[in-house]
Design a protein around this ligand. Structure first.
Ligand code: HPA
Length: 270
């Protein structure tokens, strides 16, 4: 794993030499945030050692380095999902590469299904905590001691101070932001209604197919992490509509403006 992490990191370093303040992973349909990055350098995943190539609609495969709100950021347009067949160490490879690049600040975004009654399509949710019980741990296997300890505390995966900042920015811009617990589902099929009821009973407010493995690995190496979800649909069985990926992408695109305002405000005041 160290070899993979180092080879990917070294390639990025040959393309960009400066210090990077913050990394952002952009979820389904949330890619347009990347267009706001000034003086961008774009790196194709195809050219980065050990990065898999992502083909899904709504996910491009690029790393973009540039300036946003006077900070140097690196954005992942398109992430690596477990459902694509990637093992968890590849799903989370970019997080460790970011850490090796000297980055300690991370924003994870995603599109997800709303379970709690007040989490409807278009709503933005701050991830307060997560449920990752039903997926293999990305920290399974030999511990990478250079990144963190074998048994890591997970009581504050998502930084509370940054959560407060997110609420402040949301209030200042009249954007509705609600806290919630995000539950990981392996996918690629959507959940059954019975699975959603089970998740609700466990305390989940929203459900999606990403973010949790990345957040665990970020916490392992003490990166300050903020998680922002966009609710794109009611979870299975909670509305009379069938779920389809195109609708998820369309709902995400509609709420893009508020999300861009929110993320830019957070970065400005980070
Ligand atoms: N379930 C899982 N993942 C998702 C959903 C959902 O309802 N919506 C967007 N991503």
């Amino acid at each position: 794993m160290y070899i993979k992490i180092n080879e990917a990191t070294n390639y990025i370093k040959t393309q960009y030499h400066g210090k990077i303040d913050l990394a952002i992973i952009l979820g389904s349909g949330l890619g347009p945030l990347a267009d706001e990055i000034e003086n961008p350098i774009e790196l194709d995943y195809r050219d980065i050692p050990h990065f898999p190539i992502s083909n899904l609609i709504g996910h491009a495969g690029k790393l973009i380095i540039g300036t946003l709100e006077n900070k140097t950021v690196i954005a992942m347009k398109g992430r690596f999902h477990y459902y694509e067949g990637n093992d968890m160490d590849i799903v989370t490879l970019p997080i460790r590469v970011f850490k090796r690049l000297g980055i300690d600040n991370l924003i994870l975004t995603n599109a997800c299904g709303g379970i709690r009654e007040d989490l409807n399509p278009g709503q933005i949710m701050l991830i307060k905590d997560h449920i990752g019980l039903f997926a293999p741990s990305p920290l399974r296997g030999p511990n990478l001691d250079e990144f963190g300890p074998r048994f890591k505390d997970m009581s504050e995966v998502y930084n509370r101070k940054l959560g407060k900042l997110a609420h402040q920015v949301a209030d200042d811009n009249n954007i509705s932001l609600k806290d919630g617990v995000y539950a990981f589902f392996k996918g690629p099929m959507y959940e059954t209604p019975a699975e959603i009821l089970a998740y609700r009973a466990l305390g989940a407010d929203a459900v999606g197919m990403s973010t949790v493995p990345e957040a665990i690995v970020a916490r392992h190496c003490d990166m300050k992490t903020l998680g922002i979800s966009l609710i794109t649909n009611k979870a299975a069985g909670l509305s009379n509509q069938e779920l389809n990926h195109q609708e998820v992408v369309e709902a995400a695109n509609k709420a893009e403006k508020d999300l861009v305002t929110l993320v830019k405000g957070i970065i400005k005041n980070w």
